[in-house]
Ligand binder design. Structure first.
Ligand code: TXA
Ligand code: MG
Length: 341
């Protein structure tokens, strides 16, 4: 028996050993939903070839049906089951970055039902860099469609505990494993238009993509008219903690003064303030600090909610490297972006 989308069901907690993975794979093969770890965030998986199973993902997450899913594969051979007309660029990127945090948008193959891609003729595909995820896909013998395993709008889950907070009773099983090492989602790169366009910045930076392709990679949503279309999912508010989050941008010294006065004001009135990413006065942040920040971003957002924080304050980051993805997530999570002059 696997969960139906309407009723409460028992959510199993499985170990990430051989037995657990075989059980998880059997659930996937039978049309059920399993949350599994990847190197970016936990995914909520179903057999990508099953219309019915994929529909359950949308129901369990409360996800709008116009927001397509990423298909996860364990080998390059599977890529040809999922996508067609795979370009030379795609193979070059796959060779360099897979397994890893890069999702490629390619023309969708006929074996993948429309519901996976919300009716688009394309499909997002990636090979995750996590042995549990790869073993699960192998054992299930089918590509696995999986969005992040959170309720829609909530911060993405980077531990099985976050998945249980959001989805207990709505999915068949969660694989209990290590936390996700990167901590923010994959880069979504569209390879179906004349030039490569990042629809969502993520774990692989624009600079890294350009170095492999040897041509410019554009960023969706930038002012250049041709590249205004974001990933469909980016139009929704996202990654949001329950407490309001204010993101401060502008000159660092001025924004520090204002943040300090806000902290003082609210502390005197017994409000709990959460500081998300106190930036040292000697910024720009080094690559390692950006990686550390990414690894704990969603954990910290959820933790602040659990501790009953009343107001979360965050500061602008560099938009180089991983900073671009982090700023994208902060802006999405923010209730307000305050530009200090
Ligand atoms: O790291 C990740 O990408 C994680 C792990 C689980 O793999 N997954 C993830 O999935 O973040 P999700 O569903 O939360 O985000 C997928 C993003 C959405 O913004 C969606 O709109 C975009 O990818 N996307 C998926 N298929 C697409 C398509 N065919 N065309 C354009 N955008 C697409
Ligand atoms: Mg998501």
């Amino acid at each position: 028996m696997v969960c139906s989308s309407r009723r409460y069901c028992v959510t199993l907690l499985l170990n990430d050993d051989y037995k657990g993975i075989i059980k998880a794979a059997a659930i996937i093969k039978n049309g059920g939903l399993v949350a599994f770890p990847t190197e970016t965030v936990y995914g909520l998986g179903a057999a990508a070839t099953s219309n019915q199973a994929v529909k359950k993902i949308y129901a369990a997450k409360g996800r709008p049906s116009d927001n397509p899913l990423i298909v996860h594969i364990a080998s390059l051979k599977q890529l040809e089951r999922v996508a067609e007309k795979i370009s030379d660029y795609a193979y070059r990127l796959a060779e360099r970055f897979w397994p890893g945090p890069l999702s490629l948008i390619l023309p969708r193959a006929s074996e993948i039902p429309q519901v996976v891609s919300s009716g688009y003729p394309t499909v997002a595909v990636r090979m995750p860099d996590h042995k549990v995820a790869l073993n699960l896909i192998d054992a299930a013998g089918v590509p696995i469609a999986a969005p992040s395993a959170n309720r829609s709008g909530r911060p993405s889950p980077t531990s099985y505990r976050h998945v249980l907070e959001d989805l207990t009773g709505k999915i068949d099983a969660v694989i209990k494993s290590d936390s996700c090492s990167i901590g923010i989602e994959s880069t979504v790169l569209d390879l179906t238009s004349s030039l490569p366009v990042i629809l969502r910045p993520g774990g692989i930076s624009r600079e890294e993509l350009e170095a492999v392709l040897g041509i410019p990679v554009y960023l969706a949503g930038s002012k250049r008219k041709r590249f205004t279309t974001l990933a469909p999912g980016m139009k929704y508010r996202h990654y949001s903690p329950r407490a309001p989050l204010i993101l401060f941008t502008g000159p660092q010294k001025r924004r520090r003064l204002i943040i300090d006065s806000i902290i003082n004001y609210y502390h005197k009135r017994c409000f709990k303030i959460g500081l998300l990413n106190p930036v040292s006065p000697n910024a720009p942040l080094a690559r390692e600090s950006l990686e550390a920040l990414a690894a704990r971003l969603y954990h910290d957002l959820r933790d602040m909610d659990n501790r009953g924080v009343d107001l979360i304050l965050a500061e602008e980051l560099t938009v180089n490297g991983l900073g671009l993805a982090l700023m994208n997530r902060l802006k999405k999570a923010a209730t307000r972006v305050l530009k200090v002059k």
